[in-house]
Ligand binder design. Structure first.
Ligand code: ATP
Ligand code: MG
Ligand code: MG
Ligand code: MG
Length: 471
């Protein structure tokens, strides 16, 4: 029987609600409690202060489906989108949380019960990883799930050890993988080809049990806690019997809309374009609904990059007019019931996309022509000079990663260091010109401030934004 993504979200929240967890609505994508973080990128982010004890809530266990964006900073999945079966820039993270209430045994029991009993997934498709020293979790997976030893994999890397930052709670994790079958390329977790789409990580359980100071474990937390995250789109793929997130109901509807508006099919060379468009439509729509507008720096520049990347793919599909805003009704139809802010913001999302695409289309054609000329004599594996990428950025409004994405199909690279050098040189020249103009010292101070604060167009993807490692 078919279970829709909307029903899976509801089912998850109802399961944990039925187990005494408070159902907490998704927080907005712009973090309310953490100025160092660009976007909420995990379900635990809105609960950070509860885990550290800075804040208390009238409940000790909670569950949510949290909107997440991973398109910059430490977690950047932008380049994966359209090319793996399992990554999005925008996705929903289903989670259950214990704030000093239940711990490891309960958390594993809940996860196993929901997956195999409530949802009836075949146990022999599931594999768990544990942190290599976490004998307790290993024994619990044997006891609770009856997993054979070879399907409880000890992982020695940071992938299975979580920390909120240099100081604060931390602890080992256990990741649950689903095996989509031999016909998909990829190996089990911990193997050399683990990066394929065969064994897909569906759920990450974090066991917060230690206290860290300056990167050293200094003791046990008085009240160990639980933080879990499961990708809604990934579990939907599993439950809908497809191996690819982009073949689930939500994505089929969005891709269907872009197919019919462009009169093309999501096949062959055009498949990635449709996927990028569907993914970026979701991140753009939700970011605008959460108050972010396209801009030349900060969060707004991350949004602009996402939008323009999608717009180049629309152009590739042959769109002669702005396309993205015409896809918004399909997005609202799929997700508006769960997220009423989308319905409220629909006119703003449409107007913003339309304006951005109209503006970008003025330079897109000419920029692509320049790119064609620049790459005409290049062979696969070669690198585009950084100055060319900078010119595309500066004159034609091509974000750096758009140029990279545009060259990907021909297996060409971009000289990032050269691009950054050209950018730095332009800033230096601007500053020199400013000085030469006899402007006051306070203006110079402003330049220093802007530079120090990292208030450039690039904080979104190049620099580590200093965000805490989450999940
Ligand atoms: P992966 O190793 O596959 O990149 P992750 O370990 O980075 O995933 P976590 O930070 O553990 O992911 O997030 C918890 C869950 O959220 C994952 O188990 C996965 O189901 C889901 N998830 C993470 N990143 C994405 C993404 N970019 N798109 C869709 N789902 C995601
Ligand atoms: Mg990841
Ligand atoms: Mg992982
Ligand atoms: Mg993980």
């Amino acid at each position: 029987s078919f279970t829709s993504t909307n029903d899976i979200r509801r089912g998850f929240l109802d399961y944990f609600g039925g187990q005494g967890h408070r159902i907490v609505p998704s927080a907005p994508l712009v973090p309310q409690n953490d100025p160092t973080l660009m976007f909420v990128n995990a379900g635990m982010v809105p609960f950070k202060n509860v885990f550290t004890g800075l804040e208390t809530r009238p409940y000790s266990t909670a569950t949510s489906s949290q909107k997440c964006v991973r398109a910059g900073g430490k977690h950047n999945d932008l380049d994966n989108v359209g090319y793996t079966a399992r990554h999005h820039t925008f996705f929903e993270m289903l989670g259950n949380f214990s704030f000093g209430d239940y711990f490891k045994e309960q958390a594993i029991t809940h996860a196993w019960t929901l997956l195999t009993k409530e949802w009836g997934l075949p146990a022999d498709r599931l594999t768990a990883t544990v942190y290599h020293t976490d004998d307790e979790a290993f024994a619990l997976w044997q006891k609770i799930a009856g997993l054979p030893d070879h399907r409880i994999i000890r992982i020695p890397t940071k992938d299975n050890f979580w920390a909120m930052g240099d100081s604060g709670p931390c602890g080992p994790c256990s990741e649950i993988f689903y095996d989509h079958g031999e016909h998909i390329a990829g190996g089990p977790p911990g193997s050399p080809d683990e990066d394929g789409d065969r064994f897909v990580e569906i759920w990450n359980l974090v066991f917060m049990q230690y206290e860290q100071e300056a990167n050293e474990i200094v003791g046990n937390l008085p009240r160990p806690s639980i933080d879990t995250g499961m990708g809604l789109e990934r579990i939907a793929a599993v439950m809908q019997g497809v191996h690819d997130n982009y073949d689930t109901d939500t994505f089929r509807a969005l891709i269907g809309a872009s197919e019919s508006l462009t009169a093309t099919h999501a096949e062959g060379a055009q498949k990635a374009s449709h996927r990028v468009i569907a993914d970026h439509l979701r991140s753009s729509g939700f970011l605008v609904a959460n108050g972010v507008l396209p801009a030349n720096e900060g969060r707004g520049y991350v949004l602009r990059r996402i939008m323009r990347r999608a717009m180049r793919h629309a152009h590739l599909l042959g769109a002669k007019e702005p396309l993205m805003h015409r896809l918004v009704p399909a997005l609202v139809a799929e997700m508006g019931a769960a997220y009423p802010e989308l319905v409220r913001a629909q006119p703003l999302i449409e107007a913003t996309l339309r304006q951005e695409e109209t503006q970008f289309r003025k330079t897109l054609d000419r920029g692509l022509r320049l790119l064609d000329e620049a790459t005409a004599s290049m062979a696969a594996g070669q690198t585009l000079p950084g100055e060319t990428a900078f010119r595309l950025y500066d004159t034609f409004g091509f974000p750096y990663d758009l140029t990279e994405d545009a060259l990907r199909a021909q297996n060409l690279h971009v000289d990032r260091a050269g691009f950054e050098a050209a950018m730095a040189e332009q800033k230096r020249a601007a500053r020199a010109a400013w000085k030469g103009s006899g402007a006051k010292a306070s203006d110079e101070l402003w330049f220093d401030l802007a530079e120090e604060a990292g208030s450039t167009e690039f904080t979104g993807y190049a620099a580590d934004t200093g965000e805490a490692e989450v999940l």
